[in-house]
Design a binder for this molecule. Structure first.
Ligand code: FAD
Ligand code: NAP
Length: 530
């Protein structure tokens, strides 16, 4: 039997919980659908050792309830996964959101009802829900890449994926562990695994730029000061490119003598966290400027890593710093000084197959008891293209986005009325503090639905012209940035056959917010409301 709701929200991570709260507050009937058995999203699935946020906890948290932000106690500068999951569970309980969510339920499809007025959502639990608005809070990094390595089925040991980590403890003691992948997940999990494993072999294809987090207990004085004025603090955060404080020098590298430049970079390296990446106005655009920052980080790597050959292998030389996601680590480079850690270069000698006993590269076989895959995601579009979402003409999102994910502002896609996307492709999403981006989008969706209802309107749809213009605009800005020069998941190039396009709006939150506000003030320019 078909149920009727005003809204269906897909996903119960940061975005889904915020959307459920907002939709219910508007007086709408709402169903949340989550494939996992619990809330948390990323922070439920990615409970691998070492997982923690790389945006400070005071910023990587909701602002929608002042009581929540004042009462919640973060214990570390960068909260670890268990604490973030506990926070999201607390949010779900505090605001009584659990009863709205169907857990262990996967959305399989969404299609338009015959008269093209409502969405019909179908799940693997047999639910059929008719809704006026469909909110995709299905995540930007929630569709894991499959470890489709030849021979994996023959492997006699244990294997795990960071993006789908078991809920029972995994023991590394006495085991020879192989880790494939040196993105953020590999950079965080490697050092923790090495602490107890008999041996850790890291299979590296592309070395990564990573900056020490300098994590530690929360600075209580700073935290108390923030709490005393959290709403103003959040307003100030909105003025920063990433939606939370990140101070640039505001000057190009050419303004500095080599000594001054080194001092600036050294201070930022010492301070830790993402500060180093946004230091100069030209480093994201001009290769020569970027190279100065690269040279500084290479020096640090060579200083930390004792074996010169390993140090050279760890120095990224095939892409500008910042063109791939910069990682924030704890003891990553130093881990390679441990006797029980080996780095294997699988760029030169690729993995040929997995065997019963371990991993075989084109050079040799590495005997292993366990393999950990930290190989990433079909980012930003994957969660939605894995659901069969079709419009009135029978066109699916997967087909529509095959040649690049066209959206208007990342919030809607033409031809799919009343389908709202949280941190969709073409929005700042993965290039900023994602909680800030999520709250922006959820607000916009809620305000838009209110506007429709108040004005007795039934549907909103992006026009194809507005979508093309926005999508071209994002691509054009991207083409002037070093960001679009590397192969990375930002460009979709980690997925075979995925069209190469920049998945996010690269200028950050302030100009994006302004653009969205202007469009709304101009009567939702570029949308058709009817
Ligand atoms: P998610 O948390 O991914 O939630 C989406 C939910 O939708 C999931 O629970 C998924 O199970 C569910 N879902 C998907 N498809 C379906 C379906 N068909 N049916 C039912 N349910 C479905 N960002 C930062 O800004 N700072 C950080 O420090 C940071 N750290 C990260 C660490 C890791 C390990 C990862 C993977 C990502 C990190 N991110 C970080 C990015 C992260 O994606 C966002 O910060 C944020 O958690 C996203 O929340 P979300 O609710 O949009 O998506
Ligand atoms: P990722 O950045 O895409 O890294 C995947 C790694 O696996 C890359 O090193 C990749 O090498 C390697 N790889 C994939 N297939 C391979 C193969 N067949 N053979 C050898 N190597 C292979 O994925 P991720 O580390 O999960 O991170 C994804 C994003 O999630 C991050 O960029 C970040 O936004 C977010 N995240 C954040 C944190 C945090 O610090 N808070 C932690 C985890 C994740 P190539 O590059 O050569 O393909």
């Amino acid at each position: 039997m078909t149920e009727v709701k005003d809204v269906v929200v897909v996903g119960a991570g940061f975005a889904g919980l915020a959307a459920l709260y907002k939709m219910r507050a508007l007086g709408l009937s709402v169903a949340g659908i989550e494939q996992a058995p619990d809330v948390g999203g990323v922070w439920y699935h990615n409970n691998y050792p070492g997982a923690r946020c790389d945006v400070e906890s005071v910023d990587y948290s909701y602002s929608f309830s002042d009581a929540l932000q004042v009462e919640w106690e973060w214990t570390e500068k960068y909260a670890a996964q268990p604490e973030i999951l506990a926070y999201l569970r607390h949010v779900a309980e505090r605001f009584d959101l659990r009863p709205l969510i169907r857990f262990n339920t996967r959305v399989l499809s969404a299609s338009r009802e015959a008269e093209d007025r409502r969405w019909l959502v179908e799940t693997d639990a047999g639910d059929v829900i008719s809704c006026e608005y469909l909110v995709m809070a299905s995540g930007s990094l929630s569709a894991p890449k499959d470890p489709d390595f030849a021979g994996l089925q023959d492997f006699k040991g244990e294997w795990y994926q960071t993006s789908f980590w078991p809920k029972d403890p995994v023991k590394f003691e006495g085991k020879r562990v192989g880790l494939i992948g040196t993105g953020s997940s590999g950079v965080q999990s490697g050092p923790k695994i090495a602490e107890t494993a008999e041996h850790l072999t890291v299979f590296q294809r592309t070395p990564v730029f990573t900056i020490p987090a300098r994590n530690g207990p929360m600075d209580q004085e700073k935290f108390t000061a923030v709490k005393a004025r959290y709403p103003e603090y959040r307003e100030e955060a909105k003025t920063f490119r990433i939606g939370s404080p990140l101070y640039s020098t505001g000057r190009p590298t050419t303004d500095f003598t080599p000594d001054e430049l080194r001092q600036v970079l050294a201070a930022r390296w010492e301070a830790g966290g993402p500060a180093l990446s946004g230091s100069f106005t030209d480093a994201g655009r001009v290769l020569e400027a970027n190279n100065k920052v690269v040279a500084f980080v290479h020096e640090r790597i060579r200083e930390i890593v004792k074996d010169p050959e390993t140090a050279e292998l760890l120095c990224p030389k095939d892409h500008p710093i910042g063109a791939r996601r910069i990682c924030i680590d704890t003891d990553y480079y130093a881990t390679y000084n441990r006797e029980n850690v080996t780095l294997v270069d699988v760029r030169t000698h690729p993995i040929e197959r997995i065997t019963a006993a371990g991993i075989k590269t084109t050079e040799k076989e590495y005997p292993l008891d366990m393999i950990v895959f930290a190989i990433g995601f079909d980012a930003v579009t994957g969660a939605m293209t894995r659901i069969n979402i079709t419009n009135k003409e029978g066109l699916s999102i997967a087909d529509k986005w095959r040649d690049g994910a066209g959206t208007y502002l990342g919030l809607m896609t033409a031809g799919f009325p009343n389908l709202f996307i949280v941190t969709g492709p073409g929005s700042p999403s993965v290039l900023v503090n994602m909680v800030a981006a999520i709250e922006h989008d959820v607000h916009w969706i809620g305000d838009t639905i209110s506007y429709l209802r108040k004005n007795h309107l039934q549907r909103i749809e992006a026009t194809a012209e507005a979508e093309d213009e926005w999508t071209d605009h994002v691509a054009e800005i991207g083409s002037g940035l070093l960001l679009s020069k590397a192969n990375s998941w930002y460009m979709g190039s980690n997925i075979a056959g995925k069209k190469r396009f920049l998945v996010a709006y690269p200028l950050g939150m302030p100009p994006y917010r302004q653009k969205v506000e202007e469009i709304v003030a101009d009567g939702y320019r570029g949308f058709v409301l009817s």
